[in-house]
Design a protein around this ligand. Structure first.
Ligand SMILES: *Cc1c(COP(=O)(O)O)cnc(C)c1O
Length: 350
């Protein structure tokens, strides 16, 4: 089996090794030390300072999205949500459920998000912006410089879901004044799904989260922050995934090295598919994945062929683009040779 999917991704041998062992009991100083070391290293990889509050939530990425939105904002706020695909729509849904006023900036398929999209909004009335910096459903990488500037100029708190972009594209949390970063383990971190991470700027935490009355229990950020001071979590965490993460990031000396590795794979693959007569969208792409357009509307057929004949998995695309597009990931334990094989098999079916 070979995964060219965005998550789960191809994992590393060392991760399997960690995952095959008896799990330890976790209310110990030894486990706390592992949690604190992991937290500290994650902050470095995010280019954020040590005062940033980092918490581990046992739950997939959506749990962390729901947690940060519901704990930071309420009916006194107004959110601007970048809505350019299924993950943008999820932020909208969360805001709806928790009765937080919002407006969306809709990015239609094929459009590149730019300054023009913001011209009909009274930006001063917003208190928060929510964005999935790589909208994984389309592969568009939004312009963080543009979004950060809009937020800084208008006193808007910027919350970034970097779940599929982290370690695939350059990401500087403090430089861009990002108040919270949302991460999840099954994407470029290339370990098991089931753990999500919030990195929260300390001033933002003090101002928007710390003194609020809890509105949920499992997703309550204060509880997590208080426990994290001693390297613990309020509930039983996904102990095994924390151990996988601790081990995995030992191999990543700097985020940039990992980004460059992923980027090389992306460039290599994108050059090759041109020869197959396939197209890619014209908007800016994350290095995490390549959306491929099939002019003959046979994307589903290609997906089934690769899966059934070779156990090769690529990402289908949901909704109206289903027959037109597949997405091929560049994150995880993948090498150029793997792409050579993928291309060869795609040629067969095309
Ligand atoms: C994968 C992903 C998520 C999280 O989805 P889960 O299935 O809850 O892990 C959220 N946002 C983006 C941009 C993603 O790529």
């Amino acid at each position: 089996m070979k995964l060219f999917t965005v998550g789960p991704t191809e994992m590393y041998e060392d991760t399997f090794e960690v995952g095959s062992k008896q799990l330890p009991y976790f209310r110990t100083n030894e486990f706390s030390k592992i949690v604190l070391e992991t937290s500290s290293k994650m902050k470095k990889l995010l280019y954020t300072n040590e005062d940033t509050k980092l918490i581990f939530i046992t739950g997939s990425g959506s749990a962390a999205m729901e947690s940060i939105v519901s704990n930071s904002f309420n009916k006194e706020d107004k959110l601007l949500i970048i809505n350019g695909g299924t993950f943008g729509a999820r932020f909208k849904q969360i805001s709806e459920i928790y009765n937080i006023p919002y407006e969306t900036v809709d990015v239609k398929y094929g459009e590149t998000l730019n300054i023009e999209h913001f011209k009909n909004y009274n930006l001063k009335e917003f208190t928060g912006m929510l964005v999935n910096i790589d909208e994984t459903s389309t592969g568009q990488l939004y312009d963080i410089e543009l979004l950060s500037k809009i937020c800084n100029d208008n006193g808007i708190d910027l919350v970034v879901d970097a779940i599929s972009s982290f370690l695939a594209d350059e990401y500087y949390m403090d430089k861009y004044n990002i108040k919270c970063t949302v991460l999840s383990t099954q994407k470029a971190l290339s370990i098991s799904p089931g753990l999500s991470i919030l990195a929260i700027n300390n001033d933002f935490y003090e101002r928007k989260i710390k003194n609020k009355k809890p509105i949920n229990l499992y997703l309550n950020i204060n509880e997590h922050v208080v426990n994290m001071e001693r390297g613990q979590t309020p509930n039983t965490p996904a102990v095994g995934i924390i151990l996988e993460l601790h081990e995995r990031i030992k191999h990543i000396d700097s985020a940039i090295d990992e980004v460059n590795r992923v980027k090389e794979n992306a460039i290599y693959f994108r050059n090759k598919i041109k020869d197959l007569g396939l197209e890619t969208p014209s908007f800016p792409l994350s290095n995490a994945l390549t959306p491929i357009i099939f002019p003959n509307d046979n994307a589903k057929e290609v997906f089934e062929y690769l899966k059934n004949k070779y156990e090769i998995y690529v990402n289908p695309t949901g909704g109206e683009m289903g027959n037109k597009s597949l997405r091929v990931a560049h994150i995880g334990n993948l090498k150029k040779e793997d792409y050579d094989i993928l291309i060869e098999k795609m040629k067969e079916v095309l």
